[in-house]
Write a protein that binds this ligand. Structure first.
Ligand code: ZN
Length: 282
């Protein structure tokens, strides 16, 4: 039993805070205190929680002895739901900078309207990531491309593998652009250890944890608590460390059916216990 939780970070999505009508409505300050009391090392927020006071909330986190690990996320950069301009991306970068978040996650968006397959959409994505990297270069914020499970390729992420994410990084060629690896999206990919090694410590900017339930009911909102599914979470953490990753393990559980219905204190306790039992690289 490992009790050092200094690498454990809560992604507030695990408490349902990122969607209307979900979660138990704890204010941000209570979430911060709840994580600090349990010895968590950090927190990852969603933009909607921060309002017009990201700087105040960032300071509140640090005063509680925690790190702001990251911010979720930019708007889509490609696909049917991508905004026409980069204005909102710029605003997300500015919010991350004000919060003091070292990493801003990018969920890239789906296949561009009118196109078939993912290749040309990835070409356009590389152009837009390059523009975002130019904007972010004025700040200390780095951008993490997060490949999603292929089931989302149509409308949420034409970026579906770590290999493709690294190819986009290579094409952009900016030292403030890297990748995030999420158990939920990548647990099935047997090339993951090799790809994380290729990413290396300079580009591996985040590791997100949850579990893949064998009998998943909803691919968006039925993620499992670590230990309840079939993903090799400790193995992924071990492979990430072997690739040079030294950052946080961010727990991100979208669970409308189960965990979002529970008391947030119980969820925080369970995350800490499961992380200690199941997730630590040996
Ligand atoms: Zn994630």
């Amino acid at each position: 039993m490992v009790t050092d939780l200094s690498r454990l970070a809560l992604n507030t999505a695990s408490l349902g805070h990122n969607l209307d009508g979900h979660g138990q409505g704890w204010p941000v300050e209570r979430v911060i205190d709840g994580c600090a009391a349990r010895g968590y090392g950090g927190i990852v927020f969603w933009r909607r929680e921060l309002g017009d006071r990201p700087d105040v909330i960032g300071d509140r986190v640090r005063a509680a002895g925690l790190q702001v690990v990251g911010l979720c996320r930019t708007p889509f950069l490609v696909g049917p739901d991508a905004p026409a301009s980069m204005d909102e991306t710029r605003a997300a970068i500015d919010t991350a900078a004000a919060l003091g978040a070292p990493v801003l996650t990018i969920v890239v968006g789906g296949v561009e309207p009118g196109l078939k397959g993912i290749g040309t959409s990835l070409d356009r994505l590389a152009d837009r990531v390059a523009r975002a990297a130019e904007i972010a270069a004025a700040t200390d914020v780095r951008l993490a491309l997060e490949p999603l499970h292929p089931v989302y390729a149509g409308n949420r992420s034409c970026l579906v593998s770590l290999g493709d994410a690294l190819e986009v990084c290579d094409r952009v060629g900016a030292d403030n652009v890297g990748v995030a690896v999420d158990v939920y999206h990548t647990w099935w990919d047997r090339s993951l250890p090799e790809m994380m090694a290729r990413a290396g410590p300079d580009r591996l900017l985040g590791v997100h944890l949850c579990d893949w339930l064998a009998d998943t009911q909803d691919v968006l909102l039925d993620r499992g608590m670590m230990g309840d599914g079939v993903a090799d979470i400790a193995g992924l953490c071990r492979d990430a460390d072997a690739a040079g990753y030294t950052g946080a393990h961010e727990v991100e559980i979208f669970s409308a059916r189960t965990w979002w219905r529970k008391d947030p204190g119980e969820v925080l306790d369970t995350i800490a216990a499961r992380y200690s039992d199941i997730c630590q690289p040996s």
